[in-house]
Design a protein around this ligand. Structure first.
Ligand SMILES: Cc1cc2nc3c(=O)[nH]c(=O)nc-3n(C[C@H](O)[C@H](O)[C@H](O)COP(=O)(O)OP(=O)(O)OC[C@H]3O[C@@H](n4cnc5c(N)ncnc54)[C@H](O)[C@@H]3O)c2cc1C
Length: 350
C-alpha cells in the first residue's frame, strides 16, 4: 500500500523474488514525501559528516536498483570522483569533515580552502569542503515511478479496511474486495491517521523545497551540493533547493517565508542564486519513528500478515532500496529485522 519510494522499492524487489505484486494507493495524499522533486542520496549527510546508518550497504542497494552512485570528475577537479560537494559552514564543521574523510576515505575526501578555489568562483567554500565520493542526486517521484513502472496498480479509498483471513488478507475499499497473501503498508504520512497504524505514533515533519531558475555562469550540470541548503540540478535550466524542517506548521502548502529562507540559504553557497526567480515551491511530510530515528519495518503484530515499512525521515532515497531488498526476507523471517527497526505500538498518552 503506497507508491512512494518505500512501496515502490519493496514492490520492485518482491516482483524480482517471484511474487505477484499489486500496488495500491489512495493518490489523494497531498502530503506525499516522494513527490517533492529533487533530493540527494547522501551517505555523509549528518552535520558532522559521519557516515549515516548502513551508508555503504544502502549505496550498494541503490546500485542494484539501477542508480549510479559513483561520483564523476568535476571541472577543476579532474583527478577526483565527486558525487556530492559538502561545503563546510565554519571552521568547526571543516575540522569534523576533515576527520570523517580521514576515517572513511572510500566515502569522502576533505578539500582545504585553497584547493577549493579550483572549483571556481561560483561557489563559496572559504572553510573547505567534504567531497563525497559516492551518492546520487535524483528526482524522487521519477525514481519511485521507475521502480514501480511495470507493476500493476489500483486506486483505493484512503479509509480502506483490511482483515486477516485463514490464508491471507482481505482489503475492502468501497465496493472493491482485494485478496492477497500479505499486505505491506508504506503510506508515509497516511500512517499517522489510518486506524490500523495510528498506534505507531509516528511523527511528521513538514518540508518545503523550491525550484529556482539557474543563473548564467554556473557549471552545467551543477554538481549536487549539500551545505546550508541542498542543491540539485533539475536538468531543465532550473535548480532544486531544499529543504525546510518544520515541526509546527500553520498551512500544509508552501509559504513565502520558507521560500525566502531557502533562497537565502542557497545564496550562502552560490551567491548568484540570491536573485534567481522562483519557478515553483512544493511541500511534503517526512515521517519519523519517535526515539529511534530509524525506519520501522515488520509485522504489525506478531504473526500478522499485515506488515509496515515506514519512518524514512530525510533519508528515503538512501534507505528505501536497502529495506526494499530485505522485504522478501523479512516477510518470512521477522527475526532477521534489525532490533532497532522493529514495530512498536505506543499507548495513546505517549
Ligand atoms: C522537502 C523534503 C525534502 C526531502 N529531501 C530528501 C532528500 O534529499 N533525500 C532523501 O533521501 N529523502 C528526502 N526526503 C525524504 C523522502 O522524501 C522520504 O523519506 C520518502 O519519500 C518517504 O517515502 P514513503 O514511500 O515512505 O512515503 P510517501 O512518499 O509519503 O508515500 C506514501 C504513499 O502512500 C499513499 N497513501 C497515504 N495514505 C494512504 C492511505 N490511507 N491509503 C492508501 N494510500 C495512501 C500516498 O498517496 C503516497 O503515494 C525529503 C522529504 C521532504 C518532505
Amino acid at each position: 500500500m503506497g507508491t512512494g519510494l518505500a512501496g515502490s522499492a519493496a514492490a520492485w524487489h518482491l516482483r524480482r523474488a517471484g511474487h505477484d505484486v499489486l500496488l495500491l494507493d489512495a493518490s489523494t495524499d497531498l502530503k506525499r514525501a516522494s513527490g517533492i522533486g529533487g533530493g540527494l542520496a547522501n551517505p555523509m549527510m549528518a552535520r558532522k559528516g559521519r557516515p549515516t546508518w548502513k551508508a555503504r550497504e544502502s549505496l550498494e542497494a541503490l546500485e542494484a536498483m539501477g542508480i549510479q552512485t559513483r561520483g564523476t570528475a568535476l571541472p577543476g577537479l579532474d583527478d577526483e570522483e565527486v558525487a556530492i560537494i559538502r561545503t563546510a559552514t565554519d571552521t568547526v564543521q571543516a575540522e569534523l569533515f576533515r576527520e570523517q574523510a580521514a576515517e572513511n576515505p572510500d566515502l569522502g575526501r576533505f578539500l582545504g580552502p585553497e584547493d577549493c578555489k579550483r572549483l571556481g568562483a561560483w561557489i563559496k567554500s572559504r572553510y573547505g569542503a567534504l567531497l563525497v565520493r559516492r551518492g546520487a542526486s535524483l528526482d524522487l517521484s521519477t525514481t519511485a515511478a521507475r521502480w514501480h513502472a511495470h507493476i500493476p496498480k489500483q486506486s483505493v479509498d484512503p479509509d480502506w479496511q483490511a482483515e486477516e483471513t485463514a490464508g491471507g488478507v482481505m482489503l475492502v475499499s468501497g465496493s472493491k474486495r482485494i485478496h492477497g497473501d500479505r499486505l505491506l503498508l508504506c503510506m508515509g504520512h497516511g500512517m499517522l491517521s489510518h486506524p490500523l497504524t495510528q498506534s505507531l505514533k509516528l511523527h511528521a515533519i513538514k518540508g518545503q523545497i523550491i525550484r529556482l531558475r539557474k543563473p548564467a555562469g554556473l557549471p552545467d550540470p551543477l554538481p549536487p551540493i549539500s551545505s546550508q541548503a541542498y542543491l540539485v540540478d533539475a536538468g531543465d535550466g532550473s535548480v532544486w533547493v531544499g529543504s525546510t524542517f518544520e515541526r509546527d506548521w500553520k498551512s500544509e502548502g508552501p509559504t513565502p517565508e520558507a521560500t525566502k529562507s531557502l533562497r537565502m540559504r542557497a545564496a550562502q553557497v552560490i551567491p548568484s542564486l540570491g536573485d534567481a526567480p522562483v519557478v515553483e515551491a512544493r511541500t511534503g511530510f517526512r515521517v519519523t519513528v519517535p526515539g529511534t530515528r530509524k525506519p520501522m519495518v515488520g509485522p504489525l503484530h506478531p504473526g500478522s500478515r499485515i506488515h509496515v515499512l515506514t519512518g524514512f525521515g530525510a533519508r528515503g532515497l538512501l534507505h528505501s532500496a536497502w529495506f526494499g531488498a530485505r522485504i522478501p526476507i523479512f516477510f518470512n523471517d521477522p527475526e532477521a529485522i534489525p532490533a532497532e527497526c522493529r514495530v512498536v505500538h505506543r499507548p495513546a498518552t505517549s
